[in-house]
Design a protein around this ligand. Structure first.
Ligand SMILES: [Zn+2]
Length: 510
């Protein structure tokens, strides 16, 4: 819940002027509403025929775009922790109806005072109206309704004032913010909201889990970093090229987001997997730890585990989407997945015990698995969080079974049973939404851990070979799209449906 203070500014009393309503929300994200009113003729009225937009008769130059494309120019003032961004988005109407509005999900606006919209243009001129409320930016197109098969160009200029990343659990959203050692830009750019039927999906923010639903888009991102020490590095996914001394340009195609991290302390190392994917690791210089067996480097371990799991999941679930994977030691709690880039929390490096039996291994593999169960196969993270989280958690086990078969039991004991020693009865169903929880541990226990146990039981019901064939078919069918759980279940044969009925009933609420 948040309080909204509405201040209405009437610029003039006639209908010719724009009406501007500025909604200031305290203490959460900013809200803004701008309505451009059009004049109403009162005499000499003559009705004229107009083109009625229909779903089948585009009057524009049809676009060949298969998905949105974003061209971003960002200047990062490293010392001031401020980012000035110009974003040009080409959006094709691939639906079957004329769109009189479109919606962006503006993730940075969930942070108070972080996002300031300075300019918004549609095809070069001001839109009929726009409204930014929490993370939902609705742009009214009115007479310029976007016809089927046509594309609109939306240009935004905005400034980001990065929040300081808090310590401990409060810093779990540290993928967007800064510390003394790092600037992180994850979920920093508006993305076209996912459209489901006639609805644009922008879910309400909650502290539990994630709430974004994003389709794939193509990204061209030019980053210049000013007021930073000499050796500052940018960790970002995709192909990179230096356009000038200060500009680095990244290209990432078919991605749900574009995340990056910047630090003058970054140490970088890389290896190439058997299938030719470059895995880059950026750490903060604190990965050497004293273990029972002497000094060990968590960076080497994380890089090896990331490359090995990426290779393995590619063989089991289908090829990886990109040419490179970037692994970043995050100066914040826990890990986080993005398209082609993952964060692994620094605490997992600092507390590494020098063996595979560690959160450094688990979280690295978990975030790599999200390259399939998020980056490739997208889903509704608020309403069906189990769909990516249970699969990412179970994928850890799949990796352990092959890489460290002697740790099969350890994985279940350490990762699952130690958190629910009394068993799984009484937990919320696996297919709960994020809104059903107030406690993050209860959420993880029900969705991640009980979800992994459900997948293990499904594997027993169907047999290992059929189970992995089923997951590979799901990964293929859902690749580069946004899916619902129905897809997973529809890929079962009638006989497999029968075999798994009891398991689904036991783990799902209804
Ligand atoms: Zn996860």
């Amino acid at each position: 819940m948040f309080r909204i203070l509405l201040i209405t500014l009437i610029m003039c009393s006639s209908a010719c002027a724009p009406r501007v309503e500025v909604a200031v929300s305290l203490p959460t994200a900013t809200a803004l509403r701008v309505l451009q009113a059009t004049s109403v003729p009162t005499f000499d009225r003559r009705m004229q025929t107009v083109d009625t937009p229909t779903a089948t008769t585009p009057v524009c130059e049809p676009t060949s775009l298969k998905r949105p494309s974003h061209d971003i120019s960002a200047q990062v003032d490293y010392a001031a922790r401020v980012v000035d961004v110009t974003q040009v988005t080409r959006f094709p109407n691939l639906t079957e109806s004329v769109l009189d509005a479109m919606v962006f999900d503006v993730e940075p606006n969930r942070f108070p005072g972080a996002f300031t919209l300075q300019e918004l243009l549609v095809d070069g001129t001001a839109p009929a109206s726009y409204e930014l409320l929490d993370r939902r930016l609705t742009i009214g197109l009115d007479a310029r309704a976007l016809r089927v098969g046509c594309a609109a160009t939306i240009q935004m200029r905005f400034q980001l004032a990065l929040p300081r990343i808090a310590d401990g659990w409060a810093g779990r959203t540290g993928y967007f913010g800064y510390t003394e050692r790092q600037v992180n830009l994850g979920r920093w750019l508006p993305v076209v909201a996912h459209r489901q039927g006639a609805d644009w999906i922008v879910h309400q923010t909650t502290p539990i889990g994630e709430q974004s639903v994003a389709g794939v888009a193509d990204w061209q991102v030019t980053v210049s970093v000013v007021n930073a020490p000499e050796d500052t590095l940018i960790a970002a996914p995709g192909r990179s090229s230096r356009t000038t001394v200060d500009n680095e340009r990244f290209t990432l195609l078919s991605a749900r987001d574009f995340a990056l991290s910047i630090s003058p302390q970054f140490a970088k190392q890389a290896i190439v997997t058997r299938s030719g994917v470059t895995v880059e690791l950026f750490t903060l210089g604190d990965t050497q730890v004293q273990t029972d067996r002497g000094l060990a480097d968590g960076a080497e371990h994380a890089l090896e585990v990331a490359a090995r799991s990426l290779e393995m999941f590619g063989e089991v679930f289908g090829s990886y989407l990109y040419q490179s994977l970037v692994v970043v030691e995050g100066d914040f709690a826990d890990g986080m997945e993005f398209s082609g880039l993952i964060f692994v929390g620094g605490a997992w490096f600092r507390t590494w015990n020098g063996t595979p039996q560690s959160y450094l291994t688990l979280i690295t593999v978990h975030e790599v698995a999200h390259q399939w169960w998020y980056a490739s196969v997208g889903s509704d993270q608020a309403m069906s969080p189990w769909l990516d989280e249970a699969l990412a958690t179970y994928s850890e086990y799949v990796f352990f079974q092959e890489a460290y078969p002697q740790l099969d039991d350890w994985w279940w004991q350490f990762r699952v049973y130690s958190y629910v020693p009394a068993g799984f009865t009484g937990l919320e169903p696996v297919n709960s939404t994020v809104y059903q929880f107030v406690d993050v541990r209860a959420y993880i226990n029900a969705v991640y851990l009980r979800g992994a146990q459900m997948l293990e039981q499904l594997r027993r019901d169907m047999g290992t070979e059929a189970f992995f064939d089923w997951l590979a078919a799901y990964a293929m069918a859902g690749r580069e799209t946004v899916v619902s759980p129905d897809l997973l279940w529809q890929l079962l044969t009638p006989q497999q449906q029968l075999l798994t009925d009891a398991t689904r009933l036991a783990y799902f609420g209804s």
